[in-house]
Design a protein around this ligand. Structure first.
Ligand SMILES: Cc1ncc(COP(=O)(O)O)c(C=O)c1O
Length: 406
């Protein structure tokens, strides 16, 4: 076999479809987010404004987080030095797990090296432990949940996105005594819509199913203490496993689950993705601890983010830009063509110093390619007005259609 040719053809297919991924080379400026430097050109770094970061609340720049990380670095050094079982179970990890369990009102929590790993490891292990388990999965679930479900080897039923009637139809079709698990997200990060969590819990009660909720795009940002949509809606106690990331609103890195003690113990004891890997560096855990503690008691960042998202949606709609109907902090702008989406993103970066990554298939379905903006408490009204103006100019230049201004 001509290996080289096969690999090259695979890459060529991506180019032909206009969805070859280019990673932008940037450095953020500490304490100045969303300002950053871009190294794309040849004339040294160029100042840019970042509009697509998942450091949603700028906590990765927060003085308390940075101070906690510096202190930990000087106190205990760089790495964890081992798996949780062999030398890597630091006091920071134990403290953070207690803090996260408390955040979600659960008996325990367990840290992983990323949100991806927490989903993959937990879903694969839970379903393997339950003989004959059937997983009911929302069609828009994240790749990490899909990987976990696939790796569990169990039966899977996919329900239409947020469609309770379809979910019930699928649940009702299975044997009443078969173990069942409903896996879904709270905030869907590409559209910015929210799952009907209470109603899904009602179905779980009716059909005796467990529930697994990915709150990756909600923790830190919703609920009085940042416990996510399940806290906001007062339903956290009804969810079997709540999963979250420490890399988005909490601004650092890592993932976790929160659940009853026995569920945590099972995953801790059986999940390869938890057991056979070095634990998170204490420096990272110390930073997350500061971040979670801060966001538990401060709503200023959450309020600032909601205000910024509302303003950007309004400015886009008033300008006739095709903003999609998100009910959350995510502001997607529909383009519907991968080549044009990339072109708009390139012009924004080259001419306006605006960085927003094009979102193409397979992250979103073909034909629904978009630009996904994530305004936060550090984006000013002036930045939003400049952004809107730039987009209108580009829409005009590329002869894209504007809507009737709202
Ligand atoms: C819904 C969802 N779950 C899980 C993850 C993975 O989280 P992490 O980035 O911490 O690996 C992501 C990442 O973007 C996500 O969007």
């Amino acid at each position: 076999m001509d290996y080289q040719r096969v690999f090259t053809q695979a890459i060529d297919r991506l180019h032909a479809e206009g969805r070859y991924r280019v990673f932008i080379d940037i450095l953020r400026n500490k304490g100045m987010f969303p300002n950053a430097r871009c190294f794309a050109g040849h004339n040294g770094p160029k100042p840019i404004t970042v509009w697509c970061s998942n450091d949603y609340l700028s906590m990765g720049q927060h003085p308390k987080v940075i101070a906690a990380m510096e202190e930990a670095l000087h106190d205990v050094g760089a790495g964890a030095g081992g798996t949780r079982n062999i030398g890597g179970n630091t006091h920071y990890h134990i403290d953070l797990e207690a803090e996260l369990a408390d955040l979600h009102g659960k008996e325990g929590a367990l840290l992983f090296t990323s949100g991806y790993v927490s989903n993959e490891a937990t879903l694969a292990t839970l379903a393997k432990i339950l003989p004959g388990c059937i997983i009911f999965s929302d069609e828009l679930n994240h790749a990490s949940m899909i990987a976990g479900i696939r790796n569990s080897g169990c039966e899977k039923r996919v329900f239409r996105h947020n469609d309770l009637a379809h979910l019930e139809e699928l649940l009702a079709a299975e044997a009443p005594d078969a173990p069942k698990l409903i896996a879904f997200e709270s905030v869907y990060s590409m559209d910015g819509d929210v799952a009907p969590i209470a109603e899904i819990c009602d179905l779980a009660d009716k059909y005796n199913a467990l529930t697994y909720l990915d709150e990756v795009h909600a923790v830190g940002m919703y609920g009085a203490h940042g416990g996510g949509i399940s806290e906001r809606d007062g339903v956290a106690h009804r969810i079997t496993v709540i999963e979250g990331t420490l890399a988005k609103a909490f601004g650092v890195m890592g993932g976790y689950i929160a659940a009853d003690k026995v569920v945590i113990d099972v995953i801790r004891s059986y999940a390869p993705g938890f057991i056979f890997t070095t634990s998170l560096a204490p420096v990272l855990v110390a930073g997350v601890l500061a971040s979670v503690r801060h966001l538990k008691s401060s709503s200023a960042e959450r309020d600032g983010q909601q205000a910024a998202a509302a303003m950007l949606k309004r400015l886009f709609a008033e300008a006739g830009l095709p903003v999609m109907p998100s009910t959350t902090h995510i502001v997607p702008l529909l383009v519907g063509d991968p080549v044009k989406t990339k072109k708009i993103s390139d012009i924004l970066l080259a001419e306006y110093g605006v960085y927003v990554q094009p979102i193409n298939y397979p992250t979103v379905p073909r034909g629904l390619e978009r630009l996904r903006f994530t305004p936060g408490p550090s984006h000013t009204e002036e930045m939003m007005q400049e952004l809107t103006q730039a987009l209108v100019e580009i829409w005009d230049r590329l002869e894209l259609e504007l809507r009737q201004a709202a």
